[in-house]
Structures are given as C-alpha cells and as structure tokens.
Design a protein around this ligand. Structure first.
Ligand code: TRP
Length: 448
C-alpha cells in the first residue's frame, strides 16, 4: 500500500487543524450567537465550555487518530474490544456521514461568500446587473458558486496531506489573520463602533447560566472545534509520533477561541456602525435580524454606506469568509476520502472526485428544496449528531480503550506524561464528566 501522508511539521499540523476549526462557525456563527445571547456573557460561557468540555473531546479524537494512523472507521476499530467492534464501526461510519452532510450545507453558504466577494468586485468596476445577480438568492447563482467551491475543495484534497491540505492551510491561515486585523482596525475608526465594543466586552453575568445560552455555547464549541465527526481524528492520524499532542491540541483550541473573539471585535462593532449609518439591525420585535440577514443584508448595507472604501472592505471581508470556509471544508471532505482510500483502496484523486461529487449532489438537492431541507440538515447534524458522536468517542476512550495503551500513546512525544496534570485530570474527565455534561445539555435541549 502507498505510504500514508503525514504533516511535515508541527506548524503545518497546527495551521491545518486550526484551519479546520476556524471557519464560518467562528466568523459568522460566533458573533451572531454573541449578539443574540447577551454579549460578553456568551463569550465567557463559551470559553469555559471550550476548555472544560471541547478540549478533552478534541484530545480524545486526536489521540485515537494518531494511535491508529488510519481512517476514522479503522481507527475506531483499532481501539475497540471484541464486543464493541460493531458499535465502533457504526460510530466511525456515522461520523463520516455527518461530516459529509455538514459539508453539504457548508459548501452552499461558502458559495454565497464567493458570490458576495465577486459582487464587491463587480461593484468596483460598476457592472450593477452582474452585482444584482450575484447577490440575489437564485437557483442558478446558488448552484454555480456551490459547484465552484466544491471544485476548490476537491482540488486541494486530491493533492494529499503535505501538497494539498497542509500547503493551502499554511498559505491561507496567515492571510486570514492579516485580513481580520486590518478589518478590525478599520471598523474601529468609524462612528458607532465604540458602542459595539462596549456591548461585546461587557458581560451581563446574570445570563451566564441561562440554559438557552449554555446549550448554544456548547453547540458552538463543538462545531467550532470540528468535533464529533472524525475530522480531528483523521487530522490526528497524520501527526508524527514525536509530537506532544496535548500541547498541540491546546494550541489549536486557543487559536480557535482567539479568532472567534477577534471575529466578534470585527462583526459586532460593524453592526453598530451600520446602526449609526441608518441600517436596520433589529426587527420590529426588537430582536436582532436573523443570522443570514446579518451577514448578507446588514453588512453589505453597511459597506454601501461607506462610499468608495465600502467595496474594498467588502472585498476583504468576503475573501476572509471564503478562506475560512475553504480550510474547513477540506477537513470535512478528508474524512470520507480517507475512508475511500484506506478501506476501499481507491487512489486519492479518484476518491476525492467521487466522494466530493456525491456530496455535491446532496448540496444540489438542498438548494432545490432549500426551505424544507436546509435548516433540517443543519439541525440534525450539528445539534444532535455531533454531540452524540462526541459522546460515543468519550465512552470509547473512557471505557473501552485500554488505559496503558492510551498512556503509551500520549507518552509518544510527551515524556513523563504520567506525572502531568493532563494525565491526572483528563482520563477521568472523558470517562465521567464529558459524557454526563453532553447528556445533560442534550436533555435540556430536548426539553427546552
Ligand atoms: N469548525 C469549522 C467552523 O467553525 C467547521 C468545521 C470544519 C466542522 N470541520 C468540521 C464542523 C467538522 C463540524 C465538524 O466553521
């Protein structure tokens, strides 16, 4: 069998994994959740949940993956016992399907980002009917840009780990950081921005334990770290045995939180600048305009009010979104592609094309039945599947995978792991705390 790919350095892994984690969830989802859930209170709960719950599960996935160095189904089988094999295989397959369905809706939204990016360009050169088409919600526009986004994703994944995923993540992630900083700095100078900063940074502590807020923060933490589908497992399988995984995992979680917080510093002040410029950001009921409205109506309306600078800011903003989406979508596609390569013995290029086009077919179905299906697929995958699969990962690591083997795996690249704080806390954590908290939060969300 051909040699498996591997990330060529620590930095390459950190950029690829944080590229996966940092996506539309950070730059679009997070600021909106903040705005809807009491500003700083949400930020606070989100950070706590990321460290207490999401990081331990991230570590479970990374360790399983690096231990087995295989696709997710094979990796789950490698840590299972005789009796749990069927459940292990089922968990792997379910994760793979969930990753595919997440990609099916994610790529549609990503396609809109490309369209809005081009619309800003069309605006600059003054072709307004093209701009109109690019920003209108039509079948043709939705399909064309979704297909374009798949072609980008498939092309990168078909090149493999080092020459595809790693190369593009290391190119795109620094660009993302620069773009976000430039935009924050610019927006901060505009009238109205200060009010946004204030709302964002002042936590309303009374709301920190509001059940709706906690459920949203947990969902956000899971989605944002790409957990519960095997993405991090498969990226973990490409990490060298000489790396200290608990440390790398912590860096990735930290970067993910950091960029989410920066995105808030961009989008929330931008909303208040929009308000200041006369754009409506609240509906009649006094609630914030819903999520797509915010990105696709409020912000473009804001850019319109900025005069000449507006088109440039729009161009930068939507290229930021497209980059963030692309480094995430490749990590989703890699889950089923690794399976097709390793268990179905397909060459990578063929696997990427075949799997990618099949998921594209699902996206097209979603586009044609947008109102009936889009929200349903988002909910089923992100609210139910991801937490449940995350729970199963924890149960496997906590109860099935042999302790000595887990320690052996952590010790690779982390000598003295058995005396570390990580080893003292984490095993009991994935065994008891994570499953119970996930269950409690899910039960809440059924009752709520
Ligand atoms: N974490 C990414 C974001 O915040 C999305 C993502 C990438 C993802 N891979 C995933 C979400 C796997 C769930 C599962 O946008």
């Amino acid at each position: 069998m051909a040699a498996r790919g591997e990330f060529s350095s620590r930095m390459a892994f950190v950029l690829a994994a944080s590229g996966s984690a940092i996506g539309l969830g950070n730059i679009w989802g997070f600021p909106i959740q903040v705005a809807e859930n009491g500003g700083g209170a949400f930020v606070f709960t989100y950070i706590i949940l990321t460290f207490l719950l999401a990081y331990p599960i991230l570590m479970a996935e990374l360790l399983i993956g690096r231990h087995a160095k295989k696709d997710t189904v094979s990796s789950m089988l490698a840590i299972s016992s005789e009796r749990t094999r069927p459940l292990a295989a089922l968990t792997g397959v379910w994760g793979m399907l969930t990753a595919s369905f997440i990609l099916s809706f994610y790529a549609i939204v990503a396609g809109w980002m490309i369209a809005f990016f081009l619309a800003a360009g069309a605006d600059m050169v003054g072709i307004s009917d093209v701009k109109q088409w690019l920003t209108d919600f039509s079948l043709s526009r939705n399909i064309i840009f979704c297909v374009l986004f798949y072609l980008l994703t498939i092309t990168i994944v078909s090149r493999g780990i080092a020459a595809g995923i790693e190369r593009w993540s290391t190119r795109l992630m620094p660009m993302l950081l620069v773009l976000i900083l430039v935009l924050i700095a610019y927006i901060a100078t505009l009238p109205g921005a200060a009010e946004g900063w204030r709302v964002y940074l002042q936590p309303d502590f009374a709301r920190v334990l509001d059940p709706k807020l906690v459920i949203s923060a947990l969902g956000q933490a899971f989605f944002s770290l790409s957990l519960g589908v095997g993405t991090m497992m498969v990226y973990g399988s490409y990490v060298s045995k000489s790396e200290n995984l608990p440390k790398l995992g912590a860096i990735v979680a930290g970067l993910d939180i950091g960029i989410a917080i920066l995105a808030g510093l961009l989008v929330i002040p931008a909303m208040y600048v929009a308000l200041h410029n006369g754009v409506t950001i609240y509906n009649e009921a006094g609630q914030l305009i819903d999520s797509d409205g915010l990105i696709f109506n409020v912000l473009p309306a804001l850019f319109e009010t900025m005069g000449g600078a507006g088109a440039i800011v729009a161009l930068l903003f939507f290229s930021l979104m497209t980059i963030a989406a692309l480094t995430s979508s490749i990590s989703m596609l890699e889950v089923p592609v690794a399976y097709a390569i390793e268990r179905r013995k397909m060459p990578r290029a063929k696997a990427a094309m075949l799997v990618g086009l099949s998921i594209l077919a699902v996206s097209v179905i979603l586009i044609f039945n947008f109102n009936a299906l889009f929200g349903l697929v988002v909910d089923l995958t992100t609210r139910y599947s991801e937490p449940l699969i995350g729970l199963l990962f924890c149960l496997f690591v906590g109860w099935v995978w042999r302790r000595d083997q887990i320690l052996g795996e952590i010790k690779q690249g982390f000598e003295g792991a058995e005396h570390s704080l990580f080893w003292r806390i984490w095993p009991g954590y994935v065994r008891f705390v994570c499953p119970l908290v996930v269950l409690a939060v899910m039960a809440q969300s059924f009752l709520a």
